[in-house]
Design a binder for this molecule. Structure first.
Ligand SMILES: [Zn+2]
Length: 203
């Protein structure tokens, strides 16, 4: 695992400032990442008072460093429970809709949440590529199983992909097996495949 949430995102998560579906994606990464669990536990230990005083917009790149600078005491990260039913524990209690085929070797299972953030499980068949698309907001993805490539980077189980703003990309699933991800997104803009986008976003 080589890809982790930014410190900004971890600080927001620790302070309860992330929309719930985004928090679920971060929690899925934390399940498999002791380093980020340690950082989050430290931020939570001192951050309650500090971060609650800040509006979300005030949480910048230095937020976590600021929080950590104010704590000296070591914090033991919570021990995660075991993987059950094919999904990491943070997702076990979640309510998902039925699997829906999107075509192109992809299927989607929406997370039932009242949030404005669209979230769900996306599974891609080996060797398939997602349509080239760009983003209108923030998108968090955590790989649950399998792996994919995006440009020069490769993402494997546990990796968290964080995309912000006008970023165009085209992930390609590795040929070795299907890839299952949990995704939370504020907005995706597909070029050319409007039907795909509509089915995905109106699910
Ligand atoms: Zn991590």
């Amino acid at each position: 695992m080589r890809h982790h949430p930014t410190e900004t995102t971890l600080a927001a998560y620790a302070g309860g400032a992330l929309p719930e579906p985004m928090g679920l994606v971060v929690a899925t990464h934390l399940f498999g990442c002791p380093a980020c669990r340690r950082l989050t536990a430290m931020a939570e230990a001192v951050g309650g008072t500090l971060l609650e005083d800040l509006p979300p917009a005030a949480i910048d790149d230095d937020a976590l460093a600021l929080v950590l600078a104010r704590t000296e005491r070591p914090v033991a990260p919570a021990k995660p429970s075991r993987l059950q039913g094919g999904l990491p524990p943070p997702l076990n209690a979640c309510s998902f809709g039925p699997w829906r085929r999107l075509g192109l070797g992809l299927r989607w299972r929406a997370l039932n949440s009242g949030s404005h953030v669209q979230a769900g499980l996306l599974e891609g068949a080996p060797g398939k590529s997602l349509p080239r698309h760009s983003h209108a907001g923030m998108e968090l993805t955590c790989v649950i199983a399998g792996s994919f490539r995006d440009g020069h980077e490769r993402y494997v189980a546990g990796d968290l992909v964080e995309i912000e703003g006008e970023h165009r990309h085209q992930p390609i699933i590795d040929a070795s097996g299907p890839c299952l991800c949990i995704i939370a997104t504020e907005g995706v803009k597909f070029s050319g495949l409007l039907g795909f986008a509509q089915r995905l976003l109106t699910d």
